[in-house]
Design a protein around this ligand. Sequence first.
Ligand code: HT7
Ligand code: ZN
Length: 886
Amino acid sequence: APTIRRADYQPLAWTVERIDLHFSLDPDATLVKSRMVCVRNPAAEEGPIRLWGEALERLSLLVEGAGPAAGTVREADGVLEIDAGGERAVVEVTTRIDPRANTTLSGLYLSNGGFFTQCEAEGFRRITYFPDRPDVMARYTVTLEADRAACPVLLSNGNLLEEGDLPGGRHYARWEDPFPKPSYLFALVAAKLVALERTVATASGREVLLQVWVEEGNLDRSEHAMESLIHSMRWDEETFGLELDLDRFMIVAVGDFNMGAMENKGLNIFNTKFVLAKPDTATDVDYENIESVVAHEYFHNWTGNRVTCRDWFQLTLKEGLTVFRDQQFSADMLARAAGPEGAVSARAVKRIDDVRVLRAAQFAEDAGPMAHPIRPDSYREINNFYTATVYEKGAEVIRMLHTLLGTEGFRNGMDLYFSYHDGQAVTCDDFVEAMAEANGVDLDQFMRWYEQAGTPRVKASGAWDAASGTYALTLAQHTPPTPGQPEKQPLVIPVAVGLIGPDGRDRPLRLEGESQPGATTRVLALTAAGQTFRFVGLDAEPVPSLLRGFSAPVVLELDETDERLAFRMAHDADPFNRWDAAQRYAERVILALAGGQASAVPQAFVAAFRALLNDAALDPAFRAQAAALPAEAYLLERMSPADPAALRAALIATMRTLGGALADDWLALIDAMRVDGAYRYHPGDAGRRALGNLALRYLAAAGDARGLAAASTRFESATDMTERFGALAALVQSTSPAREAALAAFHERYRDDALVLDKWFALQAGAWRWDDAVAPTLERVRALMADAAFSLSNPNKVYALLGTFFRANAAEFHAADGSGHAFWAEQVVALDAKNPQVAARMARALENWCRYAPALQSSIRPQLERVLAAPGLSSDVQEIVGKALA
Ligand code: HT7
Ligand code: ZN
């Protein structure tokens, strides 16, 4: 595939006003009849009707056009070109497709005997010929015809017009979507499913039908998704005044799916992982994820569907904004559950979760060959750009707008955006312009966040003048070069600042020139390469607390002594920064061990860690966050060169020290955090379980006999998955002889449960080697690939086993003998033949290979070359590996 460039965007000469689709569904030969009313685009230059098609067998094509040229047809490079005169033309095309042979899971495919579609980004062209771009918004009518016994349920977007029987045991249903939509939002489902249903009233009093469709045996796992949907609807009404615009909203769960879920208009299709939950099979984290993914897809109904993207370069327009919205929703849900006393801490816990993901995944992406702005300038394969940068950094960019404009200003901007662009396909500029106009501000410099790749560094230094009581804070920004962008311009960086007095209390802040002291946290706008801010009227030298709440997606460089970090761990009034101080201290300790500058975990760190862990004034969820070490992926990113084996040894030593030195504290926590009674998903209980499980982890790591016994007992007596899996994970991440028996018992209990087995696969693929007697993890991974439940065709299985090994077990994957790298090449090539999107995701595990120590680079390079040379390699994998080798 050629490189596509943002700068080359041209509107199409012809668009489609409406389309009638008729599907005669058959697993091996589905017939698709399409009748399109094409209209000339007044905003474009003259040209033919252009229809994209891929893996289609064209059976017929009929063009009823006005004008003499109608009907001249050419097909080249997957595009059908039809010359037509006049202003309108009707094109009828019939294609035959083979859903069973479609292992890409893009277009129309089979999963467990049912038919499902996935059209984002370019899957619709695998169903029929169409101008398959998001700037073509058409009205759809869809008729589905299928075998009634095999597929009793026939669903598509919008409203059901009619349904009925057909001869030969077949039946049909006809659907109409009242809203024009781009083709990527088209969906159909034809399968044997049942629905959990609710009827609810929208804010304006309209009754709407909500359905969660699942396989019959899973009906008892659909309640939480339904509740999450209802909460999402209410939240969007209350927060943004946005109401559901359809009479019916459906969620369908499918076991074979490339990503998390898909926001098709009125017919969201979800990976089962983000729908199904019951206490015996789902952990607290699963419940939380389901709530946020259901919300994310629901929120797309406005941010993505009603207002969509002009082209795929604008992907962050819908994804960054919708991730920001789902993050805010989850924070509000957690705060509400925590009550007024616990709300601040609950929000901080959510923020910490989000920042952990950003630092581990997006910072690494920004530091490698795939670095791109949140609005990329070019791509070969759009599926490779559903990235942490577009999603997570994109959400941070929206968050900065929210921070700079305030809640009300942001809402005004959203209102204006919808008033201008409802029903349109627009760009990121349109969004930011609406924000600027609604608030009477200039956001031109802010747009650089959309243009520049790379994680900015903000260097901070302070100067204290005791005589005048002035603290001068100097901030300097610098963004390192990224591929194709050697030079960067200064960005607008909101830096939330607090100044802590020696007594541990925040001081009211007064900048030079102001008459009154103000709040204790304020947001400074860093817009130049360097700026100094003078705080006056201070009684003593303060300790700065910078980037509170992680107010911008940057790396903060600030020289702080160990004592100062310990002080902020104990006193910072901003809970996010209190956590961050602990992370910075832990990072320093671990990297010093890994680099050989230290031989043991310092006592001072253990003491500071212990004080935070045992601070009963802090809620358990926060303490669990504070006591969890920084992610290995993030630490690797902070090492130069990255040395996975040394880092793993340092992590093991740190876990063992903290587990052993604080054994009594951990044991006490196991008891104190016990949650009595039947399981319910509640964030308060989840926090207690998280801290209890972490205690087991540390004790097991240290080989503490009492801890291991507690883990075994809990594993056997647990009545919910959070506790059962927490105990199993502790045993597996230890030298306990009980670990194999526990894994076997777990497998036996859940042998028919695909989602639970994914956890079992992932746990083993991610296992550290705590003693030399244990075989390399690769041997285990290879053996597990032969398990009856494993399949290379199912993305969940691939992500659980191979994805965890490649992406979350660096030390084992990068074994010095190079076996992991050879295995990677073998699996990427094998996967590519089935599913290039999934293969490309796996391929990304080695993209940052140049950051590794020379011996590892020598082992990785030939494997990258081997993959690139594989015959028939997809453009998806070619793009990733080609960039890695460039
Ligand atoms: N908008 C959805 C993206 C998506 C997707 C993209 C490429 C290939 C498969 C896919 N499945 C879903 C998901 C979302 O962000 O809501
Ligand atoms: Zn999304």
